[in-house]
Design a protein around this ligand. Structure first.
Ligand code: M6R
Length: 621
């Protein structure tokens, strides 16, 4: 939620800020803006809507070239996902104080902003916006009047703020400096030769430089052309050393695909294959998670696993439950992070808490994990973002960064990457316990099946056009119902979420056995039922539940394996996948359903990469 970028150097500043903003657009696209020094003043240009609108404004102003516009080479930018205040021009960042001496961009939320605002209003300060961010900039301006340095004003201000924030700040009277500070929201400094950068993620700064420093919680940075100086909250200098980042492929390159979403769906075979090459290069070997610091006795004695996550990551966790219980025989509970906050954490020192979050920044997940950890339970984080708060919290983590940055707001490749890690973790833990002979055989079988998954996923992906032909005829339907059982029940939930967020068609996922307990009442010819029906323990029952739906005149779609004649004869449309075992089937069954959501949304003309009202990382509870 919200992306921050800043630059100081010798280059044309606006193209750099705009490239940075595009790289961060996945974090929110309600409005965007930049602030730059010009002459003796701070110039703020901002607008509601996507970054392309800001670009148009800048072009009209002739502001894209420094030569013409008189801007110095120091500025900050912001792309917003609205939390406090509607997404209009005034609420867009950067925000300034009344005297326009300071400009601030912010990612995060200030919980006590109303209290601070009231205090400042009493002191005679007038507010323009309804954001929590304006409170920050007005507070800094308020303290600056009685401080010996801008640093002191920042320290005094953040001491009064309760919340999460990453801030980049410009001061009119310090035209060659950017200040940054963070608490619970990421901020990364990029170190170059006579130029420095600041941004919300390392992927953005590493577009320009290969040396980065991740700012820690409650650390302040003062960035000038040639130096970066770090301070703690009382103004003492601290030493931080840069690390070298390995440049990855440019994630903003769509590589010929019309949408990032299509590209990311199509990358799934490669992503799973890369993760397996690293951690399970051969089915004959053990899972290579030896970098985890859990001691062997702990792994043997885990009494309970608690998975905390939101949205798609929660669905991956639900799949994980089946694998942990079937493979490692460990009772596993999967909680929506936001709900866990209302529950009593029943954990022991032998419990393992797993937090899953693509962004590593989801506020609900972070809050739930912190609550769970207060019990003394062990923790493992699974995330795609090594810079993130979740990665910081987790001594032990499984990074899925090999999946590459996921630009499209709807999660696809990170879902299959999270599942891959959960399967591997279940096997890893099982290998540290002494499984029964039968369970031992099952673990070996699962390893062989996992090794085959990239090839099967690849075969499934080649069927995209066929899936497209089959599904777009349902694009005019009012609602969709997705049903599955056992390990494919979470896939029904995930399919419904994908369709909803991409197409805005209402959809629900149900455990197929639940249909007759109520949901069946919604069925009519305008409500297709999509059944996930693969050979195995659940097959007969899902088929039975599908027949019940069919007799209520619902259009019937199935995801089923090749050559399943029974399914072919019952359903109106069958989205075939290659033959696969039930336990490994979620890797395949999800793919036609991701395509279903994608093609229907595209057919309806939706903004598939940036659906309305959403952002890639959700940093508010
Ligand atoms: O970054 P996280 O994995 O913690 O995000 C959790 C959810 O916000 C996320 O999965 C969301 O549901 C996606 N838009 C789903 O496509």
């Amino acid at each position: 939620m919200c992306g921050i970028v800043g630059y100081i150097g010798k280059k044309e500043i606006i193209p750099i800020l705009m490239e940075g903003l595009h790289s961060l657009e996945y974090r929110g696209y309600d409005s965007s803006g930049i602030a730059l020094h010009k002459g003796n003043s701070l110039n703020v240009i901002k607008s509601a809507g996507k970054i392309s609108i800001l670009e148009e404004i800048l072009k009209k102003k002739g502001s894209h070239s420094n030569g013409k516009n008189g801007y110095t080479h120091c500025g900050i930018g912001h792309t917003r996902w609205a939390t406090h205040g509607e997404p209009n021009d005034i609420n867009a960042h950067p925000h300034s104080d009344t005297d326009e001496k300071i400009a601030v961009v912010h990612n995060g939320i200030i919980r006590n902003y109303q209290e601070v605002r009231e205090k400042l209003v009493k002191a005679g300060i007038k507010f323009l916006s309804t954001t929590d961010t304006e409170v920050i900039v007005q507070l800094i301006a308020f303290h600056l009047k009685n401080s010996n340095s801008v640093l002191e004003s920042i320290c005094k201000s953040v001491n009064e703020l309760d919340g999460s924030y990453a801030l980049a700040i410009l001061f009119k009277d310090e035209p060659q400096k950017i200040y940054g500070i963070r608490k619970e929201s990421p901020l990364v400094i990029g170190i170059g030769e006579k130029e420095n950068y600041i941004a919300s993620d390392s992927a953005t700064v590493s577009r320009f430089v290969d040396k980065i420093i991740r700012l820690g919680d409650n650390e302040i940075v003062e960035i000038s052309l040639e130096k970066t100086i770090f301070y703690d909250l009382v103004g003492n200098k601290i030493i931080k050393n840069p690390q070298i980042v390995i440049k990855t492929k440019d994630f903003l390159d769509k590589r010929g695909y019309k949408h990032y979403l299509a590209k990311e769906i199509n990358e799934q075979a490669e992503v799973i294959s890369n993760l397996l090459s690293d951690y399970l290069p051969s089915a004959e070997k053990t899972v290579n998670f030896d970098f985890l610091k859990f001691d062997k006795e702990f792994l043997k004695n885990i009494d309970r696993i608690l998975i905390l996550a939101c949205g798609t990551a929660w669905h991956a966790g639900l799949v994980g439950k089946y694998v942990f219980e079937n493979t490692a025989s460990i009772p596993t509970e999967v909680q929506l992070a936001s709900e866990f906050l209302n529950l009593k954490p029943l954990l022991t020192k032998n419990s393992l808490v797993i937090g899953i979050s693509q962004s590593g920044e989801t506020a609900d997940t972070l809050a739930a994990v912190k609550k769970a950890l207060s019990t003394g339970a062990a923790f493992l984080g699974i995330t795609n973002k090594p810079d993130s708060a979740l990665a910081d919290l987790a001594k032990d983590k499984l990074l899925i960064s090999k999946a590459g940055t996921e630009v499209s707001v709807a999660a696809t490749k990170t879902f299959t990457a999270q599942m891959t890690m959960l399967y591997l973790l279940a096997i890893f833990i099982s290998e540290h316990r002494i499984p029964s002979l039968e369970l031992g055989k099952e673990i070996n079988m699962l390893k062989h099946e996992l090794r085959m998954i990239p090839r099967l996923v690849d075969q499934t992906l080649t069927r995209a056009e066929y899936y497209q032909e089959q599904v777009i005829k349902y694009a005019d339907k009012r609602d969709f119902v997705f049903i599955g059982r056992g390990i494919n029940f979470p896939i029904a939930l995930e399919a419904a979420l994908k369709l909803k967020e991409l197409s805005y068609i209402h959809a629900s996922g149900y455990a197929s056995g639940e249909m007759k307990h109520g949901p069946i009442a919604v069925l009519d010819p305008n409500v297709p039922v999509v059944s996930i029906i693969v050979p195995g323990e659940t097959y007969d029952r899902v088929l039975q539940n599908s027949l019940e739906a069919k007799s209520r005149s619902a259009p019937m779609i199935a995801v089923a394996v090749d050559g399943d004649k029974k399914v072919d004869s019952v359903f109106d449309t069958v989205l075939h996948i290659p033959s696969v075992s039930e336990i490994a089937s979620p890797f395949l069954t999800v793919i036609p359903l991701q395509f279903l959501a994608y093609y229907i949304a595209e057919h309806l003309g939706r903004d598939v990469d940036q659906p309305r009202n959403l952002a890639k990382s959700v940093t508010v509870e």
